[in-house]
Design a binder for this molecule. Sequence first.
Ligand SMILES: *[C@@H]1O[C@H](CO)[C@@H](O)[C@H](O)[C@H]1NC(C)=O
Ligand SMILES: *[C@@H]1O[C@H](CO)[C@@H](O)[C@H](O)[C@H]1NC(C)=O
Ligand SMILES: *[C@@H]1O[C@H](CO)[C@@H](O)[C@H](O)[C@H]1NC(C)=O
Ligand SMILES: *[C@@H]1O[C@H](CO)[C@@H](O)[C@H](O)[C@H]1NC(C)=O
Ligand SMILES: *[C@@H]1O[C@H](CO)[C@@H](O)[C@H](O)[C@H]1NC(C)=O
Ligand SMILES: *[C@@H]1O[C@H](CO)[C@@H](O)[C@H](O)[C@H]1NC(C)=O
Ligand SMILES: *[C@@H]1O[C@H](CO)[C@@H](O)[C@H](O)[C@H]1NC(C)=O
Length: 588
Amino acid sequence: MKLFLLSLFCVWSHLDVDGFEVKLRKQSTIYVPYSYINGSAHYGLLTPTAEQTTYDYIDKVVYTVGGTLLHAIDVSNPDNMTIVAHVEMPGFDFTDVEVCGGHVFTAIDDKANRTNGRVIIYSAYNATSMSISEVLQIPVGAVPDMIKPTQDCSQLIVAVEGEAYENPPNQITDPEGLVVIINFPNTINSSYTKTSLDFTKYNDRVTELRPSGVRHVYQENGNPFSNDVEPEYVALNADETIAYVVLQENNAVATVDLVNQNITGVHGLGFKDWSKLTLDPSDKDRGAFQHPYSVMGMYLTDSAVYFRFKGVDYLLMANEGDAKDYKFGTYMWSEEENAGKLSESILPTLDATTRDQLTRDTLLGRLKVSVSPAGKNSSGNLEALYAFGGRSFSIRRTDDMSLVYDSGDDLARRLYVNNKDLFNGHLGDVTHRPFEDFDLRSRSKGVETEAVETGVVEGRTLLFVANERPGTIFVYSLDTDVMKPEFHDIYTGIPDTRTKSWQEMYDDRQLSEIDCEDIKFVAGDKSPTGKPVLFVTGSVTGTLSIINVDVTNPPPKPAKPASSAASLTSELTFAVVTATVVYLCGRM
Ligand SMILES: *[C@@H]1O[C@H](CO)[C@@H](O)[C@H](O)[C@H]1NC(C)=O
Ligand SMILES: *[C@@H]1O[C@H](CO)[C@@H](O)[C@H](O)[C@H]1NC(C)=O
Ligand SMILES: *[C@@H]1O[C@H](CO)[C@@H](O)[C@H](O)[C@H]1NC(C)=O
Ligand SMILES: *[C@@H]1O[C@H](CO)[C@@H](O)[C@H](O)[C@H]1NC(C)=O
Ligand SMILES: *[C@@H]1O[C@H](CO)[C@@H](O)[C@H](O)[C@H]1NC(C)=O
Ligand SMILES: *[C@@H]1O[C@H](CO)[C@@H](O)[C@H](O)[C@H]1NC(C)=O
Ligand SMILES: *[C@@H]1O[C@H](CO)[C@@H](O)[C@H](O)[C@H]1NC(C)=O
């Protein structure tokens, strides 16, 4: 009880003492159809039609992609966003969209021939013809996942994930992961140059990279690292000379020299030690029981955004987690296993307490861990229990990818305090009410932090952290110290956790931001509201929302008059109390 009160007090005392506050508040939502086949728009829950998004502030048009569709949405009236055009590509899957200089760049996966992944470039929505017209297609390789244009739109960096797929029937093809750099020397036309960078030069360096946390996951049939590697996300430094390419399943970030067009490093992200934090590893414990465990978390970062703070370059990273799990007809291979199923011979060094916890489903028995060769030494023994995802966001220095800050167990703990019905929950069965799905993801990746974004409001750097399960956005700010993000607010698009089912809320158009895949910050001078906002896609709800970033920043207090003896005493008392609280909170 004492500990509980102290922790509440510590949460309270973390509230910013100078009164700077950020609240996230919804402005409006638009529901996006997943198909127009047969003449009319079709809507539905669990139809990933709004995955990624980008905002053209000049025309006040948002472009959103997901599934077979690219939509142009007029957001000039932020209370009544309106779909103005769409492009439908049956048999394809749009994976990303960016707008730059009057062009819309998309990445697309060709479902019929996966090697045929492309970048398709359109001209921006034309309000006169009310259409989006295609300009150019550029083949890039198997399963492109992200595109990032430079600010002058003359260069595109494409992460070609090369995710494995079924080909021929009942067999696996794991194509090369690539970083493709496309240069448009004059204008956006077919006179472009394209450089495809592969990872073959790292194939004989995996043993050397492994101690830093780099994973070579799928090694069957001699599959080399350069095919196992999965470029997922791209961030650029301030002068756009370096691309940081997140290799999610490989638990690494590649640095790419954009001037010499060369991959210059693969940096492992290391592991997170849950024995020094708290974790709920079970969906069968009927609660949010968070304790330290001898488990290593693999960060397996998904998205990462670059920012500069006090002259130093950082990446803000979403440690989602992702396992390689293949079911291609009769071909099956997975790195995932329930920790309770691991034999003693595979994990000989485990301590007795942890070994006992493995036998209990309410403790570690059902935690999903990796049994891929990436975590095994040359005798085939696992070196630890490796769980998927960091259940957190991190800040790393870009020069050496060293970890400056990790949110530890903060997201789960705060979510539990703020809205316990959503703790490690997810939308699985649409007939359930959200509270019934509480805790179901605890054995897997917890909140699954998926998208991150930064923004500067009134001189403060804000950090936005979106979590997939079931759908929350946390906002933090940096004041003076990059190692001390201050928590401000948790937003959710789930208004009712107790009386309505997921489907009922969706049908009543009350549900949004389930599985926030993408968040884009827009400053007040460019925003359709005139104030800072986020554009947020909800993949599972098929929604695009405008969320206000409401900042309260009281002016600094006037200087105090010269202190009397009495006020000196009270200031001393305050200092002693503060020091004690800081000491106790630091020990928690
Ligand atoms: C379009 O109509 C056909 C024939 O009625 C039906 O099979 C198909 O499912 C419909 N497609 C959609 C997206 O509703
Ligand atoms: C929203 O915009 C649409 C299209 O411009 C218009 O038909 C509709 O009346 C508007 N609704 C409201 C509430 O303003
Ligand atoms: C798939 O696409 C590639 C690249 O465009 C092409 O070379 C190949 O012939 C295609 N395969 C099939 C079966 O269409
Ligand atoms: C927009 O469409 C109109 C009508 O088709 C056309 O005249 C105009 O040139 C187009 N604008 C741009 C920028 O392409
Ligand atoms: C692309 O645009 C440039 C500059 O306008 C021009 O010189 C070049 O011929 C164009 N290329 C093609 C293939 O149209
Ligand atoms: C490419 O990067 C490697 C380091 O990975 C370096 O040894 C090599 O000199 C670079 N090549 C060029 C052309 O910059
Ligand atoms: C592999 O790990 C196991 C357990 O830690 C240990 O007993 C074994 O000696 C290790 N093998 C090698 C080659 O390091």
